[in-house]
Design a protein around this ligand. Sequence first.
Ligand SMILES: NC(=O)c1ccc[n+]([C@@H]2O[C@H](COP(=O)([O-])OP(=O)(O)OC[C@H]3O[C@@H](n4cnc5c(N)ncnc54)[C@H](OP(=O)(O)O)[C@@H]3O)[C@@H](O)[C@H]2O)c1
Length: 290
Amino acid sequence: MKSIHDTYTLSGGLQIPCLGFGTFNPNGEDNGKLIQSAIDAGYRYFDTASIYGTERALGQAIKVSGLAREKFFIASKVWIDEMGYAETKQAFARTLDRLQTDYLDLYLIHWPRRTEGDTDWKEVDRETWRAMEELYAEGKIKGIGLSNFLPHHLDNILENCKVRPIVNQLEVHPGYSQEAVTAYCKSKNICVQAWSPLGRSNVLQHPILRDMAAKYQKSVAQLCLRFLLQKQIIPLVKASSLERMKENMDIFDFEISAEDISILEYMPQDMWQKEHPDFAIPKAKSNFEQ
Ligand SMILES: NC(=O)c1ccc[n+]([C@@H]2O[C@H](COP(=O)([O-])OP(=O)(O)OC[C@H]3O[C@@H](n4cnc5c(N)ncnc54)[C@H](OP(=O)(O)O)[C@@H]3O)[C@@H](O)[C@H]2O)c1
């Protein structure tokens, strides 16, 4: 990989850029301006979700850019209160409407369970997947995948699907490298993507990371993103300023040694966001009116 425009070929043949821009924006900056800056910086892969409230701003920013829709790679996700066969079809229609497009490059199930006590999650996941398979067969989505699925959630899909998931989006960064589930995905030919690749900035002051980044004459953010790139995990990174957006793209001119990759994989695993697909599921409701 030599730039953020280089792609991996996923099972099924879909070309996916090796780094994307995340549009989850908890700081409340103007979504339109943020995404327009990211387009100006050069990002073309945008990760959104119905729950983020950024689909409409993303669709508008793409329109304003004057660039053809095909120049972009757009991924969105079905939220936990939109799951089920009919509900997913409706959620997908709303997502397309907000994005002002007639297809998605990638559509994901956001979380495998709706609540911690969800007893029918297996059936709900299968029905949600069945709707996504049909949308894929109709050509409305180029690739379908999952997010926050651990091996027992993945098996439920893999054992019952007609179309196999091509990606699984997980929290992955130094200090939470999720080696077991990422290895499982690799064994099933499922590409791993990293959400919060900078640990939502929690990891940036860590002394191990600061010392290692200084050794490579790079920032800690660049070290985290390069770590993922070398593991063939696609980082989805959010930043607010043009300067940081560009910094996060500038990761193709150095190589982390195998020993340092191992240190980053196995440093203390205590820097996660405390969201868990079985035991700590986010509670927010989708905002269908956005
Ligand atoms: N599938 C899921 O369940 C899930 C969950 C969470 C997130 N996501 C996706 O993953 C994307 C990224 O995750 P995230 O936003 O939680 O975390 P992140 O990308 O790891 O971190 C973003 C934070 O890092 C800061 N930052 C960015 N670049 C920096 C740099 N070069 N130097 C210093 N600080 C920097 C940002 O600050 P400023 O904004 O102030 O620049 C922001 O506070 C989301 O936008 C979303 O698309 C998916």
